[in-house]
Design a binder for this molecule. Structure first.
Ligand code: UD1
Length: 418
């Protein structure tokens, strides 16, 4: 299995082209199953999660045509085959095929995701949303069996909390239901807005995406569509922290400031400079870093997917920073690994207190999940000496050519074989 070897202590300078958003790509690939016409997605990131989701479409009988940076998915001949545990276990987002299959074929069987490294991550809100739209759902033998023999019916749904995935499930199902659907307490993430734009290009009528109230008129007449994915705000935030933690300067080509307000605010509070450039955002470190508290929240709050990276940055800041995680339980798996590099972090329930600045020293470290892995890469870039990161498959799930992009900015990082 490949590993990453990092020699820390070099300030990064240069530009990074921000890829399309993985978390926008996954639901939109699943949405292709709704329609008998083709969907072309542009600006697709070359990451393992996207490849796996496309492979899942092929398993369901869709034809995939790849081009540089794009894929056309033609689900005309698709069928509601089972989505088994092996697939779902590898990537929880595969549960997003449940709604499109049910909406189009009146039935679907998708394995339950089970636990994962960052908490229980149940799917009860997905199930409740589909039930409210008229589906009969039975959970048996580790599978979610969903049926809607007479078709789905529009309804008013109130989500108990603004889950991204449950909002996306409800939106996709509602496009094919009879009548109107209102989703209240909907997630407002840019990826939800981008799914709405993609569904609209496919023929759906959706209003209010990006607010807490989304309205969908069902009975969509589908048509072939092309949609370009938004840039990945989490990838952009990660490279922003790479610039800050090494005291360098990176231009994030294509990044959108309007998607990153909470992150930019936290970086500025920590003493990092951020300003708009010709092609995106420019981020510069170099001055003293100040300890800055953050709390992860649904969008537009600080994203949980950047919590681990921000924690790595705080090891280099003067003072004590409180990092509170409110979205996922057990999302502090990176803490013991950061400590092995010399970080001073104390965990108290859902809060981590990081005391800095500490001099990090390179060591072999183990990745536990996607964002934890990249946080260790960031810490390795700031550490003295050599850090070797094992279990790279987590990183490959969500970061396109991370080592190549970092090397172009002057990082000493290489991928090495087993
Ligand atoms: C998506 C993102 C993920 C990000 C997360 C929060 C994708 C593919 N993944 O995940 O990277 O970290 O949003 O921004 O877009 N929950 C329930 N029941 C449910 C659904 C969720 O209890 O039916 C809980 C989860 O366990 C979690 C919280 O709600 O504690 C938020 O989850 P959700 O917003 O649904 O995240 P995902 O869509 O899984």
């Amino acid at each position: 299995m490949d590993r990453l070897r990092i020699e820390g202590g070099h300030a990064l300078r240069g530009a990074v082209a921000i890829a399309g958003a993985k978390n926008a790509a996954l639901p939109q690939i699943a949405a292709s199953l709704l329609s008998p016409h083709s969907l072309t997605l542009q600006n697709l990131p070359e990451v393992a999660d996207v490849a796996n989701m496309l492979a899942l479409m092929a398993q369901h009988g869709a034809t995939i045509t790849r081009d540089a940076g794009s894929a056309t998915i033609d689900a005309a001949a698709a069928s509601p085959a089972d989505t088994g545990y092996d697939t779902v276990r590898r990537m929880r987002a595969t549960v997003l095929v449940l709604a499109p299959l049910l909406a189009r074929f009146g039935q679907a069987r998708v394995s339950l995701p089970g636990g994962c490294a960052i908490g229980a991550r149940p799917v009860d809100m997905h199930v409740a949303a589909l039930t409210a739209l008229g589906a009969d759902i039975v959970i048996e033998g580790g599978f979610i069996h969903a049926r809607a023999s007479g078709g789905l019916r529009g309804n008013r749904l109130v989500l108990p909390s603004p889950s991204v995935g449950a909002t996306e499930t409800a939106m996709m199902a509602a496009t094919a239901a009879r009548g109107e659907t209102e989703i209240l307490n909907a997630a407002r993430e840019p990826e939800v807005v981008d799914l709405a734009a993609c569904l609209a290009a496919m023929g759906a009528r959706i209003e209010g995406a990006g607010t807490h109230r989304i309205l969908i008129s069902g009975g969509t007449v589908w048509r072939a569509a092309t949609h370009r994915l938004i840039p990945d705000r989490i990838e952009a935030g990660t490279y922003a922290i790479a610039a800050a933690i090494t005291g360098g300067q990176i231009e994030l080509s294509g990044a959108r400031l309007e998607h990153m307000a909470a992150v930019v605010q936290a970086l500025e509070a920590a003493g990092v400079r951020v300003w708009p450039g010709d092609r995106g955002l420019i981020v510069a470190g170099g001055g003293p870093l100040r300890a800055t508290d953050i709390t992860t929240e649904p969008y537009p709050g600080f994203p949980t997917d950047l919590q681990a990276q921000f924690m790595a940055l705080m090891t280099q800041a003067e003072g004590a920073a409180m990092i509170r995680e409110t979205i996922f339980e057990s999302r502090f798996m990176h803490v013991p690994e950061l400590s092995r590099l010399g970080a001073n972090i104390r965990l108290q329930g859902t809060t981590a207190v990081v005391r800095g600045a500490t001099r990090l020293k390179g060591a072999p470290v183990m990745a536990t999940d996607l964002r934890a892995s990249v946080c260790l890469v960031l810490a390795g870039l700031a550490a003295e000496g050599e850090t070797v990161l094992n279990r790279l498959y987590h990183l490959d799930r969500g970061y396109e050519q991370l080592d190549v992009k970092l090397r172009r900015c002057g990082a000493r990082i290489e991928r090495i074989g087993p």
